[in-house]
Design a protein. Structure first.
Length: 132
């Protein structure tokens, strides 16, 4: 069974781009891969430019994009964060890379965060406390 997720990036002009990822969206997989391998906004943009995907990998070239099969689904665009929150495609886990004080920070929204976006690091700590 799939654990669906979305991956989004807040661009420098405030617009948001978002793609869908079908498999392994939970924190210990996609969350960890994003946190370790995709902290550079330009690398995240490479993901989004390839469109929706089946699975995320530690490198862009290792990801299984729908476009690899000829089924390109482009990133969805939102004019700002408030429009994104109101109109975006939301799944079981939703990740977004945003700038906080000039530094890229991953945020996640899921059932466990009561539908609020919280820093990914905080979500990792909360999940660890829950499973111990």
């Amino acid at each position: 069974m799939a654990t669906r997720s979305t991956i989004a990036l807040e661009y420098a002009d405030g617009t948001i781009g978002q793609i869908y990822c079908h498999w392994d969206g939970y924190l210990d997989h996609n969350g960890l891969i994003l946190d370790i391998n995709y902290t550079d906004p330009f690398k995240v943009r490479e993901l989004l430019d390839r469109g929706d995907m089946s699975s995320l990998d530690t490198s862009v070239s290792g990801c299984d994009f729908y476009s690899n099969r000829g089924d390109y689904v482009p990133q969805r665009m939102y004019k700002d964060f408030s429009e994104y929150v109101r109109q975006a495609q939301f799944e079981e886990y939703d990740y977004i890379l945003r700038q906080v004080d000039g530094e890229p920070v991953w945020f996640v929204r899921s059932y466990a965060t009561y539908d609020d976006f919280i820093p990914l690091e905080k979500a990792f700590l909360a999940e660890k406390e829950y499973t111990e």
